[in-house]
Design a protein around this ligand. Structure first.
Ligand code: SF4
Length: 321
């Protein structure tokens, strides 16, 4: 079976997992936009280059199609720790996100809903209203000046770092759920003193519950990017000089159950269709020994379904397009 047949045969087109997430435990992912519709084209994006860069909100994936899959999932599976809007693109671009959240809350009032967003559209009061029932918002903020914003995040035309920051601040004042803000550190791009101070000023206004400092651990869209070292991350944290700051740890430790809904081959393809992974990542993700994963990767390589890419942290595998 080639990759295209595999994608066609997957039971769920818009649901993914549940997979162990470094931040959310067992998380069932929900895609609200096709790969890769986004307001940004971040240099470090794990999902490759943005193919449709836009700020236009539309029903990119139909409400009916998403809720049909969700209802099927709810009827046949136990609840995950989180239901998370994530995927390869910006979920808030889907103009029915508010209706989908309400659908979930009506069916499963106790289920925690998380939203991983770049936060660029939060300056829209209508969108902010739609997101009020989210339990955990995970926005990102990598820059506080237009120059660095353009360098790292390469925004769609018209988006400014000022509007971006103002949207996050406005949302944080109205929102009663948890907010964990992620800052992605790229050496020599956003880790100089002036930028860190500017980021700090914005974060102080937002007042998130947690600040999670991250860096590259898999290939981004630009090959010459390097990950921040432990010392560089510690310097960044020291310069932020705030409470509730953490450097995000590696995934895998908090896995509660094995991925049991697909066979290993499909699970591997499904996982790396979202983001490149090493054999170790896949082993942790799927709860399988590395040599078992390697056996499947060799097979997938031989049939031209995946390609290896060497990076500092090891050999990553991507889907062969
Ligand atoms: S990292 Fe997120 S916000 Fe940035 S381009 Fe990728 S999907 Fe979009």
């Amino acid at each position: 079976m080639d990759v295209i047949e595999f994608m066609k045969e997957r039971k769920y087109k818009y649901l993914f997992g549940p997979v162990p997430s470094r931040r959310l435990g067992q998380s069932l992912g929900v895609d609200l936009v096709p790969r890769k519709v986004c307001t940004l084209d971040c240099v470090y994006c794990e999902s490759g280059q943005t193919t449709k860069k836009t700020v236009e909100r539309k029903e990119y994936i139909r409400y009916d199609d998403i809720t049909r899959e969700l209802d099927d999932w709810f009827a046949t599976n136990s609840d995950p720790d989180y239901l998370t809007f994530s995927g390869a693109g910006e979920p808030t671009l889907n103009s029915r996100i508010g209706d989908i959240i309400q659908h979930i809350k009506n069916r499963k009032p106790h289920l925690q809903v998380a939203l991983i967003t770049n936060g660029t559209l939060l300056s829209d009061p209508g969108l902010r209203e739609e997101l009020m029932d989210v339990d955990l918002l995970l926005p990102s903020l990598d820059a506080a000046t237009q120059e660095v914003f353009e360098k790292i995040n390469r925004p769609a035309g018209g988006l400014t770092s000022e509007e971006y920051a103002d949207g996050l601040v406005a949302f944080s004042r109205e929102f009663t759920g948890e907010m964990w803000l992620e800052v992605f550190v790229l050496p020599r791009i956003n880790d100089h003193e002036q930028e860190i101070r500017a980021i700090r000023e914005v974060i102080l206004k937002i007042g998130p519950d947690r600040i999670q400092v991250n860096t590259l651990d898999r290939p981004g869209t630009e090959e010459n990017l390097v990950a921040a070292t432990a010392e560089e991350l510690e310097y960044f944290v020291k310069m932020l000089d705030m409470d509730h700051v953490e450097i995000i740890a590696s995934p895998g430790e908090n896995r509660k159950e094995r991925h049991a809904n697909a066979d290993i081959r499909d699970a591997i393809l499904s996982t790396i269709s979202r983001r490149p992974c090493t054999a170790v990542d896949l082993g942790q993700s799927l709860g399988l020994p590395e040599d078992e994963i390697n056996r499947y990767l060799e097979m997938l390589k031989a049939e031209n379904s995946v390609i290896p890419v060497r990076q500092e942290r090891g050999l990553f595998y991507r889907l062969k397009n």
